[in-house]
Design a protein around this ligand. Structure first.
Ligand code: FA5
Length: 346
């Protein structure tokens, strides 16, 4: 019986070498392992063996079966390769990239962010970052925003449950933790951790309990700017922002500063933009960012002497800028992941 099995395996090995198609492979499998296959016949003969012979022969049969299964696995790989090769008109080369791989591209918000950062880099600003999950102190108190300010209301700001309270604030006790409502918290972290003078821009995600519509999202992006130095003036603010606007919207773009209020800047402004290249918005004054000179109280809270240091700060909405640059009429397009929309910016 041992000889019989050896000859079955030897024949199978010989025959398998001649197999080239899937049909031939199936026929080969049936000849050996099918209901009337050569190996199956031997297995059926097990019944006539004595009790002592059975385990010995069983082991031999299993070995032969495994060899035939290995042959079949190799045949399947060979046949599949041949099938792919004939479908492609050439032998398959698994190291090649998929022929129809679509080229990816940066998201329009990422592209706008990089463009904005590139403008500010030209003026010596470097990129800084801060956490999206922030303490109430970094987001509000250190920015001179009083406890009863409406922005601190649960209706406007997403607070984390009390179990998330943090000790990461330079004041006694633990602090409430929230999703930052603006990137101005990076101003605070930078002033606390770096020695002036410095100029930073901080891009990042912000969160507010705003109702979602064509111009508002509950999760949006800002780019913050902060320049701390000796004798920073409003002329510097105008110069920096004018440069950025002309780089982004073209040399014909004009800016204007309109008095406004933020607890962390004094004086504070909204900056408006007017440009002849903005489609149906051409020629209209459009509000694009908040800005001002850093309030001396904020410098003090962040450990800088207001007699020595001064600064300018600004914060713009990335989506709003991208919408203006590309003539996009609804902020929700940015988050819908619709390739037809995204491909237009590739
Ligand atoms: C601020 O957030 C200030 N921190 C900006 C600032 C920084 C002022 C430094 C002075 C000095 P405001 O709430 O206006 O300000 O938001 C700034 C910009 O973020 C807005 O002009 C707008 O473009 C964008 N923005 C605000 N809320 C949303 C929202 N829900 N969806 C999309 N963009 C928003």
């Amino acid at each position: 019986m041992q000889q019989q099995l050896a000859s079955i395996v030897a024949t199978a090995r010989q025959e398998s070498a001649a197999v080239t198609t899937r049909a031939e492979m199936e026929a080969f499998k049936a000849r050996v392992m099918g209901p009337n296959g050569s190996l199956t016949q031997v297995m059926k003969g097990m019944g006539s063996l004595s009790k002592e012979e059975r385990p010995v022969v069983g082991r031999l049969i299993n070995e032969a079966k495994r060899e035939v299964e290995d042959l079949l696995a190799a045949l399947l790989a060979k046949v599949e390769d041949a099938e792919i090769g004939s479908a492609l008109g050439a032998p398959a080369d698994p190291s090649l990239p998929p022929p129809d791989a679509p080229a990816g591209s940066a998201h329009p918000l990422s592209r706008t962010r990089e463009r904005i950062l590139a403008s500010f880099r030209k003026l010596g600003f470097t990129v800084a970052e801060g956490p999206e999950v922030e303490t109430e102190w970094h987001c509000f108190d250190a920015l001179n925003t009083p406890a009863d300010h409406p922005a601190r209301d649960m209706q406007d700001t997403l607070y984390l449950p009390a179990s998330f309270r943090s000790a990461d604030a330079p004041r006694k006790g633990t602090e409430a933790v929230l999703l930052r409502t603006h990137t101005s918290s990076v101003q605070v972290r930078t002033m606390l951790s770096r020695k002036p003078p410095f100029r930073i821009v901080a891009p990042g995600r912000c969160f507010r309990r705003d109702a979602v519509d064509a111009t508002h999202s509950a999760n949006f992006h800002q780019v913050e700017g902060l320049w701390i130095d000796r004798q920073v003036t409003l002329a510097d603010l105008r110069g920096v922002l004018d440069f950025f606007v002309k780089e982004t919207f073209g040399p014909e773009a004009e800016t204007r500063l309109r008095p406004s209020f933020f607890p962390f800047t004094e004086p504070s402004f909204e900056m408006d933009l007017r440009s002849p290249n903005l489609g149906r918005l051409s020629g209209r004054w459009l509000e694009i960012m908040g800005c001002g000179l850093v309030d001396p109280k904020v410098l003090e809270l962040c450990g800088l002497a207001p007699q020595e240091w001064s600064g300018l700060a600004f914060g713009l909405g990335l989506e709003r800028i991208a919408m203006l640059v590309h003539g996009i009429d609804d902020i929700r397009h940015f988050y819908a992941n619709d390739a037809r929309f995204l491909r237009q910016f590739a």
